[in-house]
Design a protein around this ligand. Structure first.
Ligand code: KIV
Length: 261
């Protein structure tokens, strides 16, 4: 699997009916593992704030932090498309601000950027400048304070707003879009109506692809979300390894002669 994934290739996968596999990563070690596993798209998500930096939300995450994690992840990823998230406050002020932030992330090594919500003018400007853009509609975590919590969006009459946002960013030229925490039936409708591949998280099986937060897939946190599946009991496995190491140091079982010089 040495053929580099590009934004046009991700778009073409929808036409061929091939499911797109995406996961987040925040550093070289895990980026390399996701790449080795054959994941198509790796997102340096602003979820780094929640899962790596201990924040309650993604709101405090800065552009400098995403630049730092993008450089680190780039070092481990060669095949997958590497997408960097534009954090809260780095694109909402103006199209010029959005452009400058997106350029920073591309110079840090991203192949594409992602932003939340219907910022069609900014998306058009980036696409015009040669920057592939991934959209994100439905539950957009940077707006958690407006939503009043991490809640499913687009139920009942609110569905129209999500459909309108998805169509607007599709028209603006996104190469793909995340649909987060929306009813499966709504995600199915949007997936049929937009040209860009839909990448779901908590949006049912009818999206063109799926994205998950690395820590959820690997079970690195003891918490299990309804929209996620733990493929490895990472937390238990790693704590167990660290316990064994602690015991062996305390009992002088480690290091052995073979570990010494
Ligand atoms: O930051 C992130 O991890 C994301 C995914 C949940 C899509 O935006």
């Amino acid at each position: 699997m040495t053929d580099k994934v590009t934004a046009p290739k991700i778009r073409a996968m929808k036409k061929r009916g091939e499911r797109i596999v995406s996961v987040t990563a925040y550093d070289a070690t895990f980026g390399a593992m996701a790449d080795e596993a054959g994941v198509d798209l790796i997102l340096v998500g602003d979820s780094v704030g929640n899962v790596m930096l201990g924040y309650d939300t993604t709101v405090p995450v800065t552009l400098d932090q995403i630049v730092h994690h993008t450089k680190a992840t780039r070092a481990g990823v060669s095949r997958a498309l590497l997408v960097a998230d534009l954090p809260f406050g780095s694109y909402q002020v103006s199209t010029a601000q959005a452009m400058e932030s997106a350029i920073c992330l591309m110079k840090a090594g991203a192949d594409a950027v992602k932003l939340e919500g219907n910022y069609s003018e900014a998306i058009k400007a980036m696409v015009r400048a040669g920057i592939p853009v991934m959209g994100h509609v439905g539950m957009t975590p940077q707006s958690v304070n407006k939503f009043g919590g991490f809640r499913v969006q687009g139920r009942g009459e609110a569905a129209d707003q999500v459909v309108d946002d998805a169509k607007a960013i599709d028209d603006a030229g996104v190469f793909s879009m995340v649909l987060e925490l929306v009813p499966a039936e709504l995600a199915k409708v949007i997936s049929a109506e937009v040209g860009a591949p839909t990448i779901g998280i908590g949006a049912g099986p009818e999206c063109d692809g799926q994205i998950q937060v690395l820590h959820d897939v690997l079970g690195l946190s003891p918490k299990v979300h309804k929209h996620a599946k733990r493929y490895v009991s990472g937390h238990e496995c790693l704590v167990d390894g660290l316990r064994q190491y602690s015991e062996e140091v305390r009992s002088s079982a480690f290091p052995e002669e073979k570990h010494s010089f």
